[in-house]
Design a binder for this molecule. Sequence first.
Ligand code: NAP
Length: 301
Amino acid sequence: MQAVSFVRSVFAPKWSSDVHLEGKTAIVTGANTGIGKETAKDLAGRGVRVILACRDLAKGEQAARDIMREVNGANVVAWQLDLADTKSICQFAENIYNTEKELHYLINNAGVAICPYAMTVDGYELQFGVNHLGHFFLTFLLLDLLKHSAPSRVINVSSAVHIMGKIQFDDLSGEKDYHPVRAYAQSKLANILFTRELAKRTEALGVTAYSVDPGMVNTDITRHIRRPLVGLFKAFGFMLKNPAEGAYTTIYCTVTPENQLFTGGYYRDCASAKTCRAGQDDSTALKLWAVSCHLLGIRWR
Ligand SMILES: NC(=O)c1ccc[n+]([C@@H]2O[C@H](COP(=O)([O-])OP(=O)(O)OC[C@H]3O[C@@H](n4cnc5c(N)ncnc54)[C@H](OP(=O)(O)O)[C@@H]3O)[C@@H](O)[C@H]2O)c1
C-alpha cells in the first residue's frame, strides 16, 4: 500500500493555477459526476457562476449541494439536459436565454462510452447522438449568447481513443455493423473535427474552441463495459487519474489566456497535443459539419 502511494505521489499529474474568473458564467454538461463535477467545482472556486447541465435533475441538484458545501460562496445551479433528446436540448437552451445574460464557457463534457447498441429519442445511435450530435446542437443553439459574451470559449471533451475512430458516413448510426468501441471512437473523433471546424467559423467572432483528452480517469465511464474488463481497469485504479486530475486539462483550456492557446487545437496533460491524422482532416470535418446540420435539420453556415 505504501508502495502504491509512493508511485502515485511520483507519477500523479501536477498542475495548478490561481486564476480567478469572477463575473464569468460557464455551462458544464454531465456535471453531476466524474470529470464534469470536478470541473464545475474547480470553476466555482474561481468565482465562476456554473450551470450544471445534467440528464437527471435530482443528481444534478445533489451535485450542486455538494459543491456549495465544499466551496465557500459557490454560485452553482442545476438544469435538466438530456443530450439524447433534441427537445430537451431546445428546452435547456431556452432556459439559459431566459435566465443568463452572458455565457463565457461552454464545456461539452458529458459522454456515454462503449454501450450496447441503443438509440437517442431522435433515432441516432446513442454514442454518436449524445457525444457528438447533442453537443453540436447545444453549441449551435447557444452560439448567439457566446458571441454576445465574447471573448468566450467552447471546450469539447474528447479522448485519446479517437485514434481508433473513423467517421462512417455510410453508416453513422451503426445499423449495418455496430461495434461499441468503434462507435465511441467515432464520436470522440467527431468531437475533435467539430472543434476544428467550429474554431475556423467563430474565431473572428471572439469565440474560440478547444478539444481535450482528459487521460485515463477513474470514473463511472466504464459503466457499460463488461465486468471482467472493468475489474481490470479498476484494479489498476492507482495508475489512473482521479476525477479532479482528469479535469485539469479542461480547466487549463478555460483559464489560460487565449494568446497562449491555439483555437481549434487539441490538448492533453495541460499542453497542446497532436491528434491522429484523421483528426486533422479538414475535408472530413467540413463533411461532418454538413451531415450533422442535415441530420438535425438546421442551417449553420
Ligand atoms: N474517464 C476516462 O478515462 C475518460 C477518458 C477519455 C475521455 N473521457 C471523456 O470524459 C467525459 C466525462 O466522462 P467521465 O469519465 O467523467 O464519465 P462519467 O463519470 O460516466 O460521467 C459522464 C457524464 O455524462 C452524463 N451523460 C451521459 N449521457 C447523457 C445524456 N444523454 N445527457 C446528458 N448527460 C449525459 C452522465 O450523466 P448520468 O450520470 O446521468 O449518466 C455523467 O454526468 C466524457 O465525454 C468521456 O468520453 C473520459
